[in-house]
Design a protein around this ligand. Structure first.
Ligand code: FAQ
Length: 310
């Protein structure tokens, strides 16, 4: 294709984006848009799938049958979110097998947060409240992303994430209204998860390699720092309602800005976790690899069935 032809295609593409017309799988798109989307959507899918692991350990230790049922439903939802997202990425011309291999061989990233351990039952409350809470803030914005299949997947996912956040907050509420030991357990979980949760939104805008392109193409609708601020602003009153403390001495309402000021993230820790050196990176990937191996007979049976009856 001539250079001038590509330029006019690119202009028409950007015009569609600017007019808020969704890009669909068969539409022409710049190669860099396609690659960036595959990267983000597949990482997002991997995050949902690996994200099941910190909570799964607590299924057998849930304090009541009702809590167990709610947690089980939530974890299954996360697996389903991974599947919607893999399907959305497949429409861009990558196979699910390739994406899964990228995860299993550490070529693809997944959210840093899932490399931290879940040590006690209060962690189930705090993961639902804070981790799903942060995921929602990010994902509500992604409902308006420019790529049709991703946007539609996000609309469905957001509905389910709201239930996840509420089931987590409900666990926290019960612990907060419980004994001193339960309150201490909750505070300890908040202290351990707060900073890693703030890291979920990614590096500062000035350090974010993909933001300029992603914002121009409306893959991302709100910047990393603005989403993080939104999350802090909406979460502090929820912590206050629980009577719990946020472990940040610099956290303070700023009347002039109309937002909370908060302290600096330990970026060294963030990048270590992203590079595979977090507390649970090795364990998470080992479990995923083993699960993939254990499931090989199911995949073989599905292929054999399809070959026989299609
Ligand atoms: N962890 O240029 P940017 C959930 C990487 S779902 C690991 O700013 P971008 C549900 C980034 O990939 C949670 N890596 O990147 C649930 C890039 O590396 P690359 C997942 C991170 O893409 C709840 C490099 O740093 N949500 O929780 C992280 O523009 C409970 C430079 O960064 C999504 O994936 C990180 N936190 O912005 C499940 C939402 N941050 O690819 C179970 C969709 C950055 O060049 C239980 N994704 N990096 O090698 C997004 O919105 C964006 O991808 C961001 C990062 C905002 C995460």
């Amino acid at each position: 294709m001539q250079k001038a032809d590509i330029q006019s295609l690119e202009e028409a593409f950007q015009e569609r984006i600017d007019k808020e017309i969704k890009i669909e799988p068969r539409d022409w798109m710049p190669e860099a848009y396609r690659k960036n989307l595959i990267r983000q959507i597949s990482q997002h899918a991997h995050s949902e799938v690996v994200g099941m692991l910190p909570e799964k350990n607590w299924l057998t230790r849930a304090p009541t049958l009702k809590r167990k049922m709610a947690l089980l439903a939530k974890i299954q939802d996360e697996g389903g979110h991974g599947l919607y997202l893999y399907s959305a990425a497949e429409t861009l011309g990558i196979s699910r097998e390739e994406m899964v291999q990228q995860l299993l061989t550490e070529k693809a990233k997944y959210a840093s947060i899932f490399n931290y351990p879940a040590l006690n039952w209060a962690d189930m409350g705090v993961i639902g409240w804070l981790v799903d809470g942060a995921a929602i803030v990010n994902q509500v914005a992604l409902q308006r992303t420019s790529y049709g299949p991703y946007s539609r997947a996000m609309i469905r996912i957001c509905k389910e994430e709201s239930f996840h956040q509420r089931q987590g907050y409900d666990i926290c509420l019960q612990l907060a209204r419980g004994s001193k030991a339960q309150q201490d357990m909750l505070q300890d979980a908040i202290d351990r998860w707060w900073w890693p949760v703030l890291m979920m939104f990614g590096p500062h805008d000035s350090e974010s390699a993909h933001s300029a392109d992603s914002m121009k193409w409306k893959i991302k609708r709100v910047s990393n720092d603005n989403l993080r601020q939104k999350f802090v602003d909406q979460t502090v009153p929820q912590a206050n309602f629980l009577g719990m403390n946020i472990p940040d001495p610099e956290l303070k309402w700023n009347e002039e800005r109309g937002h909370y000021d908060f302290g600096e993230i330990d970026w060294e820790e963030f990048w270590q976790v992203v590079k595979g050196k977090g507390p649970c990176n090795k364990e998470r990937l080992a479990v995923r690899n083993q699960a993939h191996k254990n499931g090989s007979w199911v995949r073989d049976a599905a292929v054999a069935y399809a070959n026989k009856y299609n």
